[in-house]
Design a protein around this ligand. Structure first.
Ligand code: PGA
Length: 229
């Protein structure tokens, strides 16, 4: 299983250091085949070493240059970071990234050989129209994306389940994941209110290869509850 922690705009440089130190001391008890990713805020990026990968929640598709407020490859290379989250619904919907921009980012970081965790997900309005509408929407989020790229993982995150405490049901997850696997044959994460109380049933779904976690990843104890479930 893959366990990815997305801190979003939480944690500081210091608290991230403390978190990673504490996490690392407990990771010996995880299954050897399990893979851990941590996406701290940009100010906390660093060259951490351990049995996990550090990724960036975002970056601009440039090496460097005049892009006020953004970071590029030069800033990531300082810490040997070559993993990135692309297409998270908060970037699409709150920060206004279009599918075209998301695809441009994907193409750039693919060119650089980055490992990409590519997020897709539908709104409640679309979910309520049924699985066909859901799949049509999810497929549209692959527009411009080279799905044959060998170094990427897909994260299915229904927007209505993110940070709401409302998780998709086992049936919804497995039906959506099975349909997605027919289209894009990659490791597939589920994200949306994953926590200690639902990790067992989510992890037991055959088409779930891992989880992308926001809220429950913020404390090492709650994240470890998932990793060591
Ligand atoms: P959540 O966030 O676990 O807080 O629902 C998941 C995500 O946005 O990746």
């Amino acid at each position: 299983m893959i366990y990815a922690a997305n801190f979003k705009t939480n944690h500081t440089r210091q608290s991230t250091k403390n978190y990673i130190k504490e996490l690392q001391s407990k990771l010996d008890s995880k299954k050897p085949e399990d893979k851990i990713y941590i996406f701290p805020p940009l100010t906390a990026l660093d060259a951490f070493e351990g049995d996990f990968s550090i990724g960036t929640q975002n970056a601009y598709p440039v090496e460097k240059g005049a892009f006020t407020g953004e970071i590029g490859i030069e800033q990531l290379a300082e810490f040997n970071i070559n993993t990135i989250l692309i297409g998270h619904s908060e970037r699409r919907d709150t920060l206004g990234e279009s599918q075209e921009e998301v695809a441009k980012k994907f193409a750039f970081f693919r060119e650089q050989g980055f490992e990409i965790i590519y997020c897709i997900g539908e709104s409640l309005e679309v979910r309520e129209q049924g699985i066909e509408a859901v799949m049509e929407h999810l497929i549209s989020q692959f527009e411009g994306i080279d799905t044959t790229y060998n170094n990427f993982i897909v994260a299915y995150e229904p927007i209505w389940a993110i940070g709401t405490g409302r998780t998709a049901s086992v049936e919804e997850i497995s039906q959506t994941h099975n349909s997605l696997k027919k289209i894009v044959d990659k490791a597939l994460l589920y994200g949306g209110s994953v926590k200690g109380t639902n990790i067992k049933e989510i992890a037991s779904i055959e088409s779930v290869d891992g989880v992308l976690v926001g809220g429950a990843s913020l404390r090492t104890e709650t994240f470890l509850e998932l990793v060591l479930h």
